[in-house]
Design a protein around this ligand. Structure first.
Ligand SMILES: [Zn+2]
Length: 181
């Protein structure tokens, strides 16, 4: 936030160390937006974070499968779903007249459905936060493996919101499987 980065774990030694195996400290489901490069935002290096990104940080099937891998094979016990300010996918979801290709409308349609269900179609900033929370909730409910780990207290899913103007991160809270809420 003050413009100073440590740039840890990017040495040749680190490269050699993680080439033999990875042990990331957390997994992140983030947006594909070029202004939200997760490893840079958290000032991390090689082997530190297991990152899945897609437009609108949606919990789509390949993302859920990738995160299941991080949890079951790499021992990750923290997943962060990271939404952000002025997200293009959320902006498109709020614009009912947007012309989208079939594949893009699947992504945007999922975001729109969640926002409509949450009654958050009128305010972009609020919608970006709600989208991150809904995506995290969907992740908590869509995978037997992830749901079980959450129940057992072996996994935590936290939701966060990144401010493009200040680089601040708002922590929006942890999610639990719906059945436990
Ligand atoms: Zn975005």
């Amino acid at each position: 936030m003050n413009g100073k980065s440590i740039h840890p774990n990017i040495s040749r030694e680190r490269l050699v160390e993680v080439a033999a195996g990875q042990n990331p400290i957390a997994a992140i489901l983030g947006c594909a937006d070029s202004r939200v490069p997760v490893e840079l935002l958290f000032d991390t290096g090689l082997g530190d974070l297991f990152v899945v990104r897609s437009a609108g940080n949606t919990a789509f099937t390949a993302a859920i499968g990738s995160l299941e891998y991080a949890v079951s094979h790499l021992g990750v016990s923290l997943i962060i779903v990271l939404g952000h300010e002025r997200c293009g996918a959320v902006t498109a979801a709020l614009d009912l007249s947007a012309h989208l290709t079939p594949s893009l409308s699947k992504v945007v349609g999922q975001v729109r459905m969640e926002l409509m269900a949450a009654g958050a179609m009128d305010d972009l900033d609020k919608a970006c936060r709600i989208n991150a929370l809904r995506s995290a909730q969907s992740l908590a409910d869509s995978s037997v493996l992830i749901t079980d780990r959450l129940r057992q207290g072996r996994l935590e899913i936290e939701t966060a919101y990144y401010d493009l103007d200040t680089a601040e991160i708002d922590w929006l809270g942890a999610v639990k499987p719906t059945a436990l809420n």
